[in-house]
Design a binder for this molecule. Structure first.
Ligand SMILES: O=c1nc[nH]c2c1ncn2[C@H]1C[C@H](O)[C@@H](COP(=O)(O)OP(=O)(O)OP(=O)(O)O)O1
Ligand SMILES: [Mg+2]
Length: 204
């Protein structure tokens, strides 16, 4: 399939995560997109049945594009810990249970590292951003940010696993970091920088 460009206009953010909605708005609104989230539109949350970030990103965007008849943007992301063979990975949200408790999920990461007597605390955040059009055309981009984990968790400025993640070259966690600074270096920003290639806007 040939690459397709996305025209500025209304864009459905196929996510129910308020932290992501905030970050996706910060990335797309300056470029002239009006972002409406799946929360505002009261869309159903599809089951994430694929075995990769890109697969789940496409699945979520496709469901929202079909439900709304509009191009939809999704984000599938997670924390991949080297010593845990990439876990929690695509299960990052599911490790937090229902209702989501990321302090419990961060504690699970810590206890699994301790159980393995791990000395390697390196980790990365991964993000797949997908755009799917109502006719089924899809574009997907993957980004990451490398770093390491520190315990106990610090900072309440981000979401999810941010309080234990320290990016390469930094000393503070994503939870302690100014949100604009996180946006400039995150896995989401990395994927977004690749996705810019399909945005039809002179503001890029
Ligand atoms: O920048 C981040 N800072 C901290 N934690 C993060 C980040 N990015 C993803 N994460 C973690 C938490 C999130 O809950 C999970 C993704 O799971 P994921 O299924 O993609 O998202 P979700 O279920 O929260 O919302 P939705 O599927 O409606 O987009 O990984
Ligand atoms: Mg999810």
């Amino acid at each position: 399939m040939t690459q397709r460009f996305l025209e500025p206009g209304e864009l459905v953010a196929a996510t129910h995560n308020k932290g992501k909605v905030k970050e996706l708005k910060a990335l797309f609104e300056p470029l002239g997109f009006v972002v409406r989230s799946a929360i505002e539109l009261d869309l159903e949350e599809p089951e994430e049945t694929e075995d990769s970030f890109t697969g789940n990103a496409i699945l979520k965007a496709k469901a929202a594009a079909l439900a709304t008849g509009r191009p939809a943007l999704s984000d599938d992301s997670g924390l991949a810990v080297t010593a845990l063979d990439g876990a929690p990975g695509i299960y990052s949200a599911r490790w937090a249970g229902e209702p989501r408790d990321f302090y419990a999920a961060m504690e699970k990461v810590r206890s699994e590292l301790e159980a393995k007597s791990a000395t390697d605390y390196s980790a990365r955040f991964v993000c797949a951003l997908a755009i799917v059009w109502p006719d089924g055309h899809e574009e997907v981009f993957e980004g990451d940010v490398k770093g390491h984990l520190e315990f106990p968790p610090r900072g309440d400025r981000g979401f999810g696993y941010d309080p234990i993640f320290v990016a390469e070259g930094e000393t503070i966690t994503f939870g302690e970091m100014d949100p604009d600074r996180k946006h400039a270096m995150s896995h989401r920003a990395d994927a977004f920088n690749k996705l810019k290639a399909v945005l039809k806007t002179d503001k890029v």
